[in-house]
Write a new protein. Structure first.
Length: 205
């Protein structure tokens, strides 16, 4: 397994050799610093912890300052662990986008945009209660009956209803890497990925 932490820059589109217009997402990925190496003896499992993005020292808790100092690096905005890393790394080493190849497929993990409290039409794709005639009044976006009467006299858990939407951890699999710019630490990935522009994402293969 190989992975890296990045920041979503935005979406664009490029032309393929066939002339087809392909929508894609630009990600500023790395360089990431190895901030900790977890071992079976010390931590009970093996993993590589990577840090990405610079963080002001005055806004960093003292325990984290000491944690990053062990790797001889400045405080990082985001850290993430990768199990079964496919290469040997030492504390303080750097990981960049050179580990990716154009044409391969990767998985991208991000946090979807928060939509706030939404109704059933937007949240679950309900069609509403029907037309506006025949006595309907302000029912076009209503959820309708919940299906409970004298028995079981309750609403079952898990019913699709209005509520908070978005802000979830989402993993999109099998996205093609279209461009790898090692000099500028840029990955161009086919399709859309979750999150707003500037949000942190994890790319792994």
């Amino acid at each position: 397994m190989f992975g890296i932490i990045g920041k979503k820059v935005g979406m664009t589109s490029i032309f393929a050799e066939s002339g087809k217009l392909i929508p894609c997402t630009v990600i500023e990925a790395g360089p990431c610093v190895v901030t900790q190496i977890k071992t079976q003896e010390n931590d009970g499992y093996g993993a590589i912890q990577l840090g990405f993005g610079n963080r002001k020292q005055k806004n960093t808790p003292k325990p984290l300052i000491g944690h990053f100092a062990k790797a001889n690096t400045a405080p990082k905005t985001k850290v993430c662990e990768f199990a079964h890393f496919d290469r040997e790394l030492n504390l303080g080493d750097s990981v960049d986008v050179s580990g990716f190849v154009e044409g391969e497929f990767v998985d991208v993990i991000g946090t979807s945009k928060g939509k706030g409290f939404q109704g059933v039409v937007k949240r679950h794709g309900f069609a509403g209660v029907g037309g506006a005639t025949h006595g309907q009044h302000n029912r076009l976006r209503a959820p309708g009956s919940l299906g409970a009467s004298s028995y079981p006299s309750k609403v079952f858990k898990g019913m699709r209803m209005a509520g908070r939407m978005g802000g979830d951890r989402v993993k999109i699999t099998n996205l093609e890497v279209l461009k790898v710019d090692v000099e500028n630490n840029i990955l161009v990935i086919k399709g859309a990925i979750p999150g707003f522009n500037g949000s942190m994402v994890i790319i792994e293969k």
